[in-house]
Structure formats: C-alpha cells, structure tokens
Design a protein around this ligand. Structure first.
Ligand code: AMP
Length: 176
C-alpha cells in the first residue's frame, strides 16, 4: 500500500516519539490520527477494505490500541467484537498464550467462549512490529476453536519482518 493516498494520509497523522517507552524505541503515536475525523475515517475504512466482510463473522482486537480500531471496524461493518487482553483482566474462563519479548515473556488471554467453533475471525491491531503479539493472538483464537482469516494493521514496521511469523494473510495501511 506504500505510496497510496491512504498510506500518505495515515503517515501525516502519525507522530514519531523518540526513546519512548525506553531508549532506542521510536514509538508510533496514533493519537493525532484518532483525533482527526479525516484520519480516523481513512484508517477504519482502509482496514475494512482489505478483507471481504463476508469472509468473517467477528473482529478480534488486541489490548489496548487494537480495541480502538477493532471495535470501530466491527461497528462499521455490523460485526461483533472480541477482545484479546493482558493477563488477569478477563473475568470469565480464559485460554492464554505466552510469547517471547526481547527480554522476558508476555502473555495474552481470551475468553474460552469468545467465538463459536469454526467462527471466522478478522484480527486487528494498531501496529505490527516483530509479530509476536499477533502470532500469540492467532494461536489463542485457534485454541478456542476459531479461525483467524487475516491480520490487519494500521502501521507495519516492515524492517522487523513480523509478517513472516504470521500464517494468515497480512495487510497494513502504512508500511514504514
Ligand atoms: P510486536 O509483538 O513486536 O509485533 O509488537 C506489537 C505490539 O506492540 C502492538 O500492540 C503495538 O501497539 C506495540 N508496539 C510495538 N512497537 C511499537 C512502536 N514502535 N510504536 C508503537 N507501538 C508499538
């Protein structure tokens, strides 16, 4: 999608914050995109256009910025939304999946009954970096009997090659 009008528009509304949350990281701040009616509309309509809505039943967003785009997308298309959350946040019975970080591990959780067996799920997050978070989320959906049909992002850090870890189609509106 590089060079498309939508990619250019998204880029305009993303603020690079150096050394956040720690030294050496350039954080992609999406708050200017969220506060722009034009930017938010382009982001939601853009990720909606990647996959035929008849190919999935539910939208799954990853805490926390995946909730923003995922819920708006679900509402836009008349789908339901399911959250993948950080540990200890979901009140009902959960399935969990851990994944490696640069130092240590992280875990994500989903409700056991979040989707029906065979339910087709579109996976959403704001940004694809190493792919560990989305890989774990895809595994979680499979663990509860669902089928991730694609993973969509607003931003992709292409140089980290995170999409190589994902075994579903991957789409991003703006690739850095
Ligand atoms: P990863 O598991 O490495 O693909 O990291 C993806 C998750 O971490 C997403 O939920 C992002 O919101 C967040 N993330 C990773 N790197 C950045 C970054 N440079 N700027 C903003 N968010 C990031």
């Amino acid at each position: 999608m590089l060079g498309s009008w939508r990619s250019d528009l998204i880029e305009r509304f993303i603020r690079d914050v150096a050394d956040f949350p720690k030294e050496g990281i350039v954080f992609k701040d999406i708050t200017p995109l969220l506060s722009s009616p034009e930017g938010l509309k382009a982001a939601i309509e853009g990720i909606a256009a990647f996959v035929d809505p008849s190919d999935y039943d539910l939208v799954c967003g990853i805490e926390s910025r995946g909730f923003i785009f995922g819920t708006a997308l679900a509402h836009h298309l008349g789908k339901g939304f399911i959250p993948v959350r950080k540990p200890g946040k979901l009140p009902w019975k959960t399935e969990s999946e851990s994944y490696d970080l640069e130092y240590g591990t992280d875990t994500v959780e989903i409700h056991l009954d979040a989707c029906d067996s065979g339910g087709r799920v579109l996976m959403v997050d704001d940004l694809l970096a190493t792919g560990g978070t989305m890989e774990a989320a895809n595994k979680l959906v499979r663990k509860i009997g669902g089928e991730p049909v694609a993973s969509v992002f607003v931003i992709e850090l292409g140089f980290l090659e995170g999409r190589a870890r994902l075994d579903v189609p991957v789409h991003a509106l703006h690739v850095v």
